[in-house]
Design a protein. Structure first.
Length: 335
């Protein structure tokens, strides 16, 4: 399913020139290579990972752009773009890069007529917003995009990223894996410098997996029997017994957060790590509620352990869903 495209006036339309798709995303770590581009091939289409703007090497970039053309119509371009976005989200997670693929909104814009007055574009050219995420446009080399420049010094391993991309590019239906909320939350967690933010995002990613858990039919029957047993008591008034019986059903309509997480850990073969989760959760609760006084070093250590634990659980969940996890993930995580 394709996302709506904010820079298009109609959801799907054909053009004799065909269409081009562009994916722009940001990362908190530059890529560890001094080149200005990295060629990659996905679905027999040749692309290049480039910095945005282009007048800098990849090891100084914060924003990155990929673009591919030759699509019959906008729908085909968007479908490829969504697959491209999914590949990079999961590859980033597996190679411990951390990217933000955006929600297809512009980070910079200039009025087209004003741009012409300034001589920034020719009369036959058009201006498009610098979209954070996916955009499509006619494949006629008439579209110009405004740029901004920010540089970083921390770098990510290029070979690990390319290895993950190569592995994922041979697989189908990646959108269902990238749509898992933990993938987005943990990419954001990797990018954060504030340890408290990283901790919150990491725990949210794991707890989100557990919220889908429900009582078994046997447990549901036990709860009903407990509620009925209260109604049969002679203690208190009939109204009081009814209120307690209703409270049993109402207060237990969903299993607790911890119960849900424990179930998920067991299902994923991580039963031996339940104690690790409980210890991390105890420290997290102490920090959030002010009962645990951690210095900066201890807080950063907790953030690192929490994010890594959450990433290992999330990647294992993707694996159980059917994704063939890139081999490079074993370099960063314990399975």
């Amino acid at each position: 399913m394709s996302r709506s495209n904010p820079n298009s006036t109609s959801p799907v339309k054909k053009d004799e020139t065909g269409y081009r798709v562009r994916l722009r995303f940001r990362a908190t770590k530059a890529l560890g290579i001094a080149d200005s581009q990295i060629p990659i091939t996905i679905d027999r289409r040749n692309l290049e990972i480039r910095p945005d703007p282009r007048d800098q090497p990849l090891n100084k970039a914060k924003w990155f752009v990929l673009s591919a053309g030759g699509f019959r119509d906008e729908l085909e371009a968007l479908q490829f773009g969504e697959r491209l976005r999914s590949i990079f989200q999961i590859a980033s997670l597996c190679s411990h890069w951390g990217i933000d693929v955006g929600n297809d909104t512009a980070t910079s814009w200039i009025d087209e007529e004003y741009a012409r007055e300034l001589g920034l574009i020719e009369p036959h050219q058009r201006i498009a917003g610098n979209i954070h995420g996916l955009m499509t446009f006619p494949d006629d080399d008439r579209t110009r995009v405004p740029h901004s420049e920010i540089t970083l010094s921390v770098q990510s391993n290029v070979e690990h990223l390319l290895s993950a991309i190569e592995s994922l590019a041979t697989q189908a239906d990646l959108e269902k894996y990238a749509a898992q909320r933990g993938v987005t939350l943990l990419n954001h967690a990797i990018m954060q410098s504030e340890p408290l933010t990283r901790i919150v995002l990491a725990f949210s990613a794991v707890e989100n997996l557990g919220q889908a858990e429900t009582w078994s039919s046997e447990q549901t029957q036990m709860l009903k029997q407990a509620a009925d047993a209260v109604q049969a008591l002679t203690t208190g008034s009939p109204e009081e017994r009814r209120e307690v019986s209703d409270a049993i059903i109402r207060g237990t309509h969903r299993i607790g957060l911890r119960q849900g997480v424990i179930r998920v850990l067991r299902e994923l073969g991580f039963a031996d790590r339940i104690r690790e989760w409980d210890n991390l959760y105890r420290l997290r609760s102490g920090v959030i509620h002010g009962t645990a006084k951690l210095d900066d070093g201890q807080l950063n250590e907790l953030a690192g352990k929490s994010v890594k634990f959450a990433m290992e659980v999330t990647i294992r969940r993707l694996q159980h869903m059917g994704l063939n996890i890139p081999e490079v993930a074993k370099t960063h995580f314990s399975f």
